[in-house]
Design a protein around this ligand. Sequence first.
Ligand SMILES: Cc1cc2nc3c(=O)[nH]c(=O)nc-3n(C[C@H](O)[C@H](O)[C@H](O)COP(=O)(O)OP(=O)(O)OC[C@H]3O[C@@H](n4cnc5c(N)ncnc54)[C@H](O)[C@@H]3O)c2cc1C
Length: 135
Amino acid sequence: MTKLYDNVDHLDTNAYVAYTVEMDVMVVGAGNAGMEAAAAAKEAGASTILIEKEKTINMMRVGLASVGSRAQKAAGVTINKQELVESLAAFAQHNVDQRLLETWADNSGATLDWLEEKRSSSHMVPTSELKLMPW
Ligand SMILES: Cc1cc2nc3c(=O)[nH]c(=O)nc-3n(C[C@H](O)[C@H](O)[C@H](O)COP(=O)(O)OP(=O)(O)OC[C@H]3O[C@@H](n4cnc5c(N)ncnc54)[C@H](O)[C@@H]3O)c2cc1C
């Protein structure tokens, strides 16, 4: 069976173009990351288009974890970054690139501060407890 892109050199791409728009930034996927990326690009002054393949947008999120956010500091929550990274890696049975966890631990606090500043409807309620989610 011939797939759509088997003969990509001979593909008449114009046949699949419904309409054309000129934009500075195109974000593919309106998930958690894409929604924020598109909002940030727009806020920075770029003309932006966000495309999503599904008919609805589902932002799966109940809580957001961070290390050292302003809300945590104000509530007196202190977290040992190295201990947390090591316990998360152990939880994943070390089937994880620990550098990714370290990058998250180093940047998650500032990211949540940014989110709270930019989204006036956001209000962070800090907790040091890891609550078990229903799934
Ligand atoms: C039930 C549930 C609860 C969760 N709760 C939490 C929580 O409390 N806290 C937390 O931090 N995380 C939570 N997560 C995890 C979190 O939802 C994911 O880590 C997060 O959604 C990943 O975001 P993303 O933007 O990278 O990907 P996604 O949210 O998966 O977004 C990707 C988007 O791209 C679209 N897409 C893919 N391919 C194309 C294409 N070719 N063209 C156009 N669109 C495309 C997809 O349809 C999708 O909308 C939860 C997950 C689930 C399932």
